[in-house]
Design a protein around this ligand. Structure first.
Ligand SMILES: *Cc1c(COP(=O)(O)O)cnc(C)c1O
Length: 485
């Protein structure tokens, strides 16, 4: 190639790229507008799997052709979480304006690791709004992260590094005079265990306290465990409360846990991945009393705030504790008084990432679009809809509720005469897979006291009550058909 020709990745024909962009926006808005008309989920044909095993493209295939491949092979086979009848795991939907926000963020493509530019101010603004939403003081610190898992990791890292009682960042865990231990209920999310493992504490250090009938932590058992650990020479350094457990949506008695943490001089971390957002609804807020006393609070904006995946957040009450847990400034990251390397707040000092995307923009734009009152109403609507589903289940002789509905998670199963738990487990597993494969609805599952539970976790702003009518009707139909065969 001629050495004088310099290339870039910008289009040679800007008008063609603009036209393609307009078409993409039209297609995507149509796709979202008509989502209800499509099956929630459908299996991928072999052809599509085959097309995902092609060799590395060496020569250009054009943006138009790449987009055509996307429309043919990718777009029709989603997980389904944008659909009004998706209630699997805990997942949000996103919004049309959220889609456009992602385009704006990608256009500016800033790096929020640090520097002196407005995107950092947008994130600081969003963090202040989160504090206001959830009752944290404005003096608190925080950072947007990929999701609840990373938020839990950051919170527990701050807890460990602050409460170890020695310079754990320098010396590491082998220098610990006492083994560090922490507490939470058996209903904790697996991301807590992962964080504990990665922080080098060892999974055994995480004391799994039993839960009561409502799936909340047993306070007496917790206190006993702390006392025993102290007597054995361990250092209890952190207590974890659940604001909405992943299995059933249970909320631990957070005020009592905050008292215990205070008395025992332990860091109080709350995992509120979805449940914390109930505080956005004035009617639901009292359920979370005590959450605002946490030293660190992890939550997701991509679950019960319906933001495009990924965005989670952790708030840390003590700004210095947060920064001291992560700050490390080599020369090439030095901050200056003026210019682009200025700026008083560098997010890379508050988490694991250096290069960080503009996650904050979709949050900033979406909260402006709707106002927080509307989020509160839609969150409350989800809880009301779950109560409606619970009533449908209780009114049907074919269905059985398997856990009390405390927030936005409903666990139940189909029942049939003369079947033991093992047979019902198998039957309900089949029912769930049929619901998915027939494209009707996507609930998922959990196991409660050895019983396979069909689990509806509802963080879906598109669902109407009629969608739960469909779920119950079709589930009973499938259950009856399968029990005959
Ligand atoms: C989803 C969830 C997490 C993990 O959050 P991600 O955003 O999936 O990383 C942690 N805790 C609870 C209670 C959750 O529901």
């Amino acid at each position: 190639m001629d050495q004088t020709i310099e290339e870039s990745l910008d289009p040679q024909d800007w008008e063609a790229m603009r036209a393609l962009g307009h078409r993409m926006v039209d297609d995507m808005m149509n796709y979202l507008q008509t989502v209800r008309e499509r099956p929630v989920w459908q299996p991928m044909p072999e052809r599509v799997k085959e097309n995902m095993r092609k060799p590395l493209p060496v020569e250009p295939q054009s943006a138009e052709n790449a987009y055509r491949d996307f429309v043919q092979d990718v777009l029709p086979y989603p997980l389904g979480n944008i659909h009004p009848r998706f209630w699997g795991w805990v997942m949000g939907n996103g919004t049309p304006f959220g889609v456009l926000a992602e385009m704006l963020a990608a256009t500016m493509n800033p790096n929020l690791g640090g520097g002196n530019h407005v995107a950092n101010n947008v994130e600081l603004q969003v963090l202040d709004w989160c504090k206001e939403m959830l009752g944290f003081p404005l003096s608190a610190s925080g950072i947007l992260v990929s999701g609840g898992s990373m938020a839990n990791f950051v919170g527990l890292a701050a807890a460990r590094n602050t409460r170890a009682g020695f310079d754990i960042r320098r010396q590491g865990l082998p220098a610990a005079p006492k083994r560090l231990v922490l507490y939470g209920s058996v209903e904790m999310h697996s991301s807590i265990e992962k964080a504990v493992e990665l922080l080098g504490l060892g999974r055994d250090a995480l004391r799994m306290i039993p839960a009561n009938e409502k799936y909340q932590i047993e306070v007496a058992a917790l206190e006993k465990s702390i006392a025993e650990d102290r007597a054995s020479g361990f250092l209890p350094f952190c207590l974890i409360g659940n604001a909405g457990t992943v299995n059933t949506g249970a909320i631990d008695p957070l005020n009592i846990l905050a008292d215990i943490a205070q008395r025992e001089k332990m860091w109080f971390h709350v995992d509120g991945a979805f449940g914390a957002l109930a505080a956005v609804s004035p009617e639901l807020r009292p359920l979370l009393k005590g959450m605002e006393r946490a030293d660190s609070l992890a939550f997701d904006l991509h679950k019960w705030m319906y933001m495009p995946i990924e965005v989670g957040c952790v708030l840390v009450r003590d700004k210095d504790a947060h920064r001291n847990a992560f700050t490390l400034t080599p020369e090439y990251l030095a901050h200056f008084e003026r210019g682009a390397a200025g700026g008083s707040h560098w997010f890379n000092e508050y988490g694991l990432q250096l290069t960080r995307g503009f996650r904050a923009l979709k949050v900033w734009l979406s909260i402006k679009e709707h106002g927080i009152a509307k989020y509160g109403r839609v969150i409350k609507q989800n809880v009301d809809q779950c109560n409606y589903l619970t009533q449908l289940i209780q009114a049907s002789p074919d269905l059985e509720l398997l856990a009390p509905t405390s927030l936005n998670i409903v666990c139940f199963r189909f029942r049939a005469a003369n079947r033991d738990d093992a047979m019902l487990n198998k039957l309900n597993e089949q029912i769930m897979m049929e619901l998915h494969e027939q494209g009707i609805a996507v609930p998922t599952y959990t196991t409660l006291k050895g019983k396979f539970a069909i689990r509806v976790a509802h963080t879906n702003h598109r669902t109407r009550r009629a969608d739960f009518d469909v779920l119950v009707r079709e589930l009973i139909r499938i259950g009856q058909e399968l029990s005959k065969s």
